[in-house]
Design a protein around this ligand. Structure first.
Ligand SMILES: [Zn+2]
Length: 466
């Protein structure tokens, strides 16, 4: 039996592990590589395995770095099922259709430019996949609930548990049987932090022979969320001036719903009076509707609110905008209005026109609640840039930029070690993926010291025989 790492090996994107046993060949996740130079080439290269020989795919959660290459499997000859939780299936459709749409627009733009430059189109660029490829993929999905074992392939029993990362996210346990041998392999998937709003804390396992553990924040712990919420409440009060406005760039899935919950909580506890909050992102609105429908996945605290007659994802003053005109009309707002919009790293989307309008004004507060990758407008603002280019206009930054570090959809270092510790008694082999090398090294060190377990840090296409 063996595992082969075709992504998220020494990096945080492109999650994909091929699992091979005597009678079964499975893929765990097939995500998109993002953000580095060879990402595009890796995404385009034919999958480095025979897609037609795969029995099934298991998808841990909807994020594109785990699901983003799935539509390419169909063209490559894959005919099997894709197993995921019901919420993951619906969220994946939203995210993949949006990704396909953005790729189609980007390639059309590139081709237009190319033909203008040369008078005729030379090499025409193509999207990785289109919206209709995504629609062709969707019937392959098979819903599986948490804690219900199933057989994805001969000789394999699988079980999802809640990973507490985004709606529907799962860790997965595979019990592989191979000529009388039996191995339990646990994939953490992306693990959420403990005590985050809305979602349940990540579930744990008590035994494994092999654990493939994510290490996104393997080198640090996050600031406590309550501190960031207090800071946010302070900023919102400060912004309550006639021309005051708060811009919060946020990812459409996960972070936006967390913010709605937190703002609703501030309203319920009278820390925020009569707010005007706008969700200015059709995708975030769609994802929020989905979160509301899957209330069965909320944590106990959220259910206490619901049982007491409250609505954790709704509050008076929360509005959504649909059309670009409605979005533009928000420019005239003041009085501390709060606009939550994408993209989360300010490298596209409606947030850009809000920033173009607001960054030059001292009454504007930009609240950064998510990771900002190098090369993005978000990163430049975090680093204190005084002048930035937004949609072709150079702007002197007068707005107040606040960076709050307590919001995260990922467990920090101590939480990762605590999650692993429940299996430490079975002395599993620990393989670290989904993290850069610095993060993996730091986590390795901590695991060795706290649990006395050695770890492995495979590179791209490396094999682990289990
Ligand atoms: Zn994720």
């Amino acid at each position: 039996m063996q595992l082969r790492f075709f992504g998220a090996a020494g990096e945080v994107t492109g999650s994909c592990t091929l699992v091979e046993a005597a009678k079964a060949r499975l893929l765990v996740d097939f995500g998109m590589h993002q953000g580095f130079k060879t990402a595009e080439r890796r995404n385009r290269s034919v999958p480095p395995f025979r897609a037609s020989q795969l029995d099934a795919v298991i998808l841990t959660h909807a994020h594109l770095d785990h699901s983003g290459r799935l539509p390419m499997l169909i063209g490559a000859g894959f005919t099997g099922p894709i197993f995921a939780t019901p919420a993951t299936i619906e969220l994946t459709q939203i995210l993949l259709e949006d990704a396909a749409h953005l790729q189609q627009m980007a390639t059309e733009r590139a081709n237009r430019k190319r033909s203008q430059r040369s008078g005729h189109s030379q090499r025409v660029s193509r999207p990785l996949y289109t919206v209709s490829d995504v629609q062709a993929l969707m019937p392959r999905f098979r819903p599986v609930e948490y804690d219900q074992p199933w057989q994805p392939a001969p000789g394999v029993t699988a079980r999802f548990v809640d990973a507490g990362h985004i709606l529907g996210s799962a860790s997965v346990e595979l019990v592989l049987e191979d000529f009388g041998q039996r191995r339990t392999v646990v994939f953490s998937g992306d693990i959420g932090p403990r005590g985050a709003p809305l979602l349940a804390d990540p579930a744990t396992f008590d035994h494994a022979d092999v654990v493939v553990l994510e290490s996104t924040y393997g080198d640090r712990d996050h600031r406590p969320l309550p501190d960031s919420i207090d800071e946010l409440a302070g900023i919102l009060r400060q912004a309550r001036t006639p021309a005051g406005k708060v811009l919060i760039p946020a990812f459409a899935v996960g972070r936006t719903q967390q913010l709605i919950y937190i703002l609703g909580d501030l309203v319920r506890h009278h820390h925020l009076e009569a707010p005007q909050v706008y969700i200015d992102s059709p995708m975030a609105t769609e994802a929020t509707d989905l979160y509301r429908r899957f209330g069965n996945l909320f944590d106990d605290e959220t259910w206490q609110i619901i049982r007491a007659g409250g609505t954790p994802l709704r509050f008076p003053g929360l509005r959504t905008t649909r059309t670009p005109d409605e979005s533009r009309s928000l420019n005239s707002l003041g009085g501390g209005a709060i606009i939550i919009s994408g993209s989360g790293m300010m490298n596209g989307g409606r947030i850009l026109h809000h920033l173009r309008h607001g960054l030059g004004r001292p009454e504007t507060h930009v609240v950064i609640v998510g990771f900002q990758a190098e090369g993005t407008l978000g990163r430049r603002l975090v680093e204190g840039a005084t002048q930035v280019d937004v949609l072709g206009r150079v702007i002197d930054v007068q707005a107040q930029i606040h960076t709050l570090n307590g919001f995260s959809a990922h467990a920090g270092q101590s939480e990762l070690v605590a999650w692993l510790s429940t299996m430490a008694g079975s002395r599993p082999r620990v393989i670290l993926n989904h993290g850069e090398n610095r993060q993996r090294q730091a986590l390795s060190e901590n695991i060795r010291q706290s649990l006395g377990l050695d770890t492995e840090t495979p590179g791209y296409a490396d094999i682990a025989r289990v």
